[in-house]
Design a protein around this ligand. Structure first.
Ligand SMILES: NC(=O)c1ccc[n+]([C@@H]2O[C@H](COP(=O)([O-])OP(=O)(O)OC[C@H]3O[C@@H](n4cnc5c(N)ncnc54)[C@H](O)[C@@H]3O)[C@@H](O)[C@H]2O)c1
Length: 271
């Protein structure tokens, strides 16, 4: 028996990266999953791997109607919605604040916050009634950039910080019917991209893996699969019955960076 047997979930941005790893793990644990994706090829790959356990919905998280369609598709196919995972996001590649002109700032701010914050709110709003009915939960993907500076630029870091307030306020307003929690990954090997037209991808940043590995006590860049089990635990209605407004960090211990024994070991080896 999987830990999510009989559950129905919806993951946004689940065609790739962390979202895709969550979809794969949820299906392995017995869940049926709707997946909001941007491309036909991601939709096809999901169906090729998971068949009727998934229902891909092509759409854009910034669009209210696409979020509504995604929730409806899950209910039409699986009869209910137990777990909603707003996860789709974009990155700013640590672009420096002083390099964004005042003229460009308004538009860039809107673009980042539309995907990273509004996209989460629209998904949550679209899923509300169904989640109330199932006594379900929302699990947002946050980031180590929800807590710390330096892992992105001002627009990324501020948009991810805004999500802490989102988790807390929704946990407050939607209790007791809906639990609201989050997983906050640190550096993860994915193709996380930027604004439309920006061809950069996270793991193509020169020295990215070395930089992340060095900055955290556990000393490695995580894989998307490393976070997926935490979503399972938060989704599970028995294991997390008493858990709401919780943000589980899955970031290699970035808060205690400095690296304790590992750095001492490295220094010893250098001598
Ligand atoms: N990779 C990391 O190091 C890292 C660390 C912390 C948090 N995160 C967060 O994890 C989440 C997933 O990112 P990832 O690293 O797996 O990257 P990813 O690029 O593999 O996944 C992001 C997904 O979101 C989708 N997406 C982007 N804009 C969208 C839109 N407007 N409408 C619909 N879908 C859209 C993309 O198509 C993609 O499938 C993001 O919220 C990101 O901020 C990533």
């Amino acid at each position: 028996m999987g830990r999510l047997e009989g559950y129905a979930a919806l993951v946004t941005g689940g065609g790739k990266g962390i979202g895709r790893a969550v979809v794969d793990r949820f299906v392995a644990e017995g869940a049926d999953v709707g997946v909001l994706v941007r491309s036909e090829s991601d939709a096809k790959k999901l169906i090729d791997q998971h068949g009727r356990s998934v229902v891909p919905i092509l759409g854009d998280v910034r669009n209210w109607k696409d979020n509504q369609r995604a929730v409806k598709a899950v209910i039409d196919r699986f009869g209910k919605l137990d777990t909603l995972i707003p996860n789709a996001g974009i990155y700013d590649f640590s672009d420096k604040f002083e390099d964004i002109s005042g003229v460009d700032l308004t538009e860039k701010y809107r673009q980042f916050f539309d995907v990273n914050v509004l996209g989460y709110l629209l998904a949550a709003r679209a899923g509300l009634e169904a989640l109330k009915e199932s006594q379900g939960s929302i699990i947002f993907t946050l980031s180590s950039s929800s807590f710390f500076a330096g892992g992105g630029g001002t627009l990324y870091v501020s948009s991810k910080h805004a999500l802490i307030g989102t988790v807390k306020q929704l946990a407050f307003e939607l209790a007791p019917e809906i639990r609201v929690n989050a997983v906050a990954p640190g550096g993860t090997r994915t193709g996380l991209g930027g604004l439309p037209g920006d061809k950069r991808e996270l793991t193509e940043i020169a020295g990215f893996e070395a930089m992340v590995s060095k900055a955290i006590p556990l000393g490695f860049l995580s894989e998307p699969e490393d976070h997926a089990g935490l979503y399972v635990t938060l989704a599970n209605k028995q294991d997390s019955r008493f858990v709401t407004s919780e943000i589980i960090r899955s970031d290699g211990g970035i808060e205690v960076r400095g690296g304790g024994r590992r750095n001492k070991q490295e220094k010893k080896e250098k001598k």
